[in-house]
Design a protein around this ligand. Structure first.
Ligand SMILES: [Zn+2]
Length: 409
């Protein structure tokens, strides 16, 4: 009996060592671009399809609940270890603590190695598109093109009797994006293997929102989770497509934003197309301001009359986008101005967090995104502007400000 126990004990550590070695080999191989490309292009999308498909069968966010349980378990584990000082003579108790330790070690190894694998693949695989140089006028033309699309789609989109955009459900978005990914698969082959994930609502939605995130997927398990707030936004289909792009092996943030734009704007649903254009407008405007002033603008910069004239020269914002609430999904202000009652929002509100906890989570989130920015550099979220400038380069001519004003005359 003791022999068999010993064998089982050794067996577990050999199993763990094999997992560590396999992952180490995988991460090492990922240091070459060829293997990282092979991994992202051939292995990752298939894993996503298989594992993500199974995870999609379970209706709730299992990983999120498991992580919370593990955090609680971690606290309990420390107490268990302290108790070991007094109870170490009891074989049953020792076995129980040993089992807990093995379980924690296994989960830690799987989580850490999948995170390292993901990072290695992201940093080493070939980026999408070869960067060209663009000047400020190109940026302005892209802004004008985007505003023109937004203004057109704002009028074409399906609305209910209260002027609210008719939001697409998770299943509707999933179906629409699946049709888009089939179209795009010819040019971007990673899309040929992987169906979009089944979207789930975050159990800790308020926490994720405070952290500064709207959605994410848990790496080894490919479970894709959205906050309540994200699902209310007019850009939800775009957020969905961003996560889908990661899920299918396009790991960089600029690329995920770029494909979020393509998957939505090349769909057949005007509300989904609208989401794809709305999602880039803020990033475009930030890029314009940064380029115009050469630094993030200060209050004084905004007083500059030349900048004011520039703002008046571009295609104006559509009322529905900002003022009415298509972007935020909150139409209260619009109805207030019209002396109407705002209809009840069909999405439940996110919970209010205690102030101290909210501050702590927000601070951690800011740190996380600062680190991510430093780590990703030009492949951070705002890098999408460069990718879009490349993509639309030959469609910008009619949208140059001088050509637009010629049209007006
Ligand atoms: Zn992302």
């Amino acid at each position: 009996m003791p022999d068999e126990k010993k064998r089982r004990k050794i067996g577990f550590w050999i199993f763990l060592a094999v997992i560590v070695l396999l992952n180490a080999a995988l991460i090492l191989a990922m240091q070459t671009q060829r293997f990282a490309d092979f991994y992202c292009g051939e292995i990752a999308p298939r894993i996503a399809n298989a594992v993500g498909g199974v995870m999609g069968l379970i209706p709730t966010a299992v990983c999120e609940i498991s992580v919370a349980a593990l955090v609680c378990f971690g606290a309990v584990f420390i107490i268990l270890l302290i108790l070991l000082i007094f109870l170490h003579k009891r074989a049953g108790y020792r076995r129980f603590v040993g089992g807990c330790f093995k379980f924690t070690a296994l989960i830690a190894v799987i989580s850490i190695s999948s995170e390292l694998c993901y990072d290695a693949a992201m940093m080493k695989s070939t980026p999408v598109g070869q960067q060209q140089t663009h000047d400020f006028d190109d940026l302005t033309a892209l802004f004008n093109l985007t505003m023109t699309q937004i203004n057109t789609l704002s009028a074409e989109a399906d609305r209910d009797e209260n002027h609210h955009l008719i939001r697409r459900t998770g299943d509707e978005v999933r179906r629409t994006i699946d049709a888009s990914r089939k179209k795009l698969a010819a040019d971007y082959p990673r899309f040929q293997y992987t169906k979009p994930p089944v979207p789930k609502t975050s159990v800790f939605s308020a926490v994720v929102t405070k952290f500064g995130d709207s959605a994410y997927f848990t790496k080894p398990w490919h479970e894709t989770v959205f906050t309540i707030k994200a699902q209310r936004l007019g850009t939800y289909p775009s957020i969905f497509s961003h996560e889908y792009s990661h899920y299918t092996g396009y790991y960089r943030e600029d690329e995920a934003n770029f494909f979020a734009h393509l998957l939505t704007t090349q769909s057949d649903d005007p509300n989904v197309q609208y989401a794809g254009w709305m999602d880039i407008i803020g990033k475009l405007w930030d890029a314009i301001e940064l380029d115009y002033f050469g630094h993030p603008p200060t209050d004084e910069d905004y007083e500059d009359p030349a900048f004011d004239a520039y703002c008046n020269s571009v295609v104006p914002y559509d009322d529905f986008l900002l003022y009415v609430g298509d972007l935020s999904g909150n139409y209260a202000k619009y109805h207030e101005e019209h002396g109407e009652e705002n209809v009840v929002d069909e999405y439940k509100k996110e919970a209010e967090l205690p102030e101290a906890a909210a501050k702590l989570i927000q601070k951690q989130g800011q740190k996380h995104f600062e680190n991510l920015h430093a780590h990703l550099g030009e492949h951070y979220y705002d890098g999408v502007v460069q990718l879009l400038l490349d993509y639309y380069a030959d469609q910008l001519e009619p949208y140059r400000t001088e050509n637009l004003s010629n049209e007006k005359e």
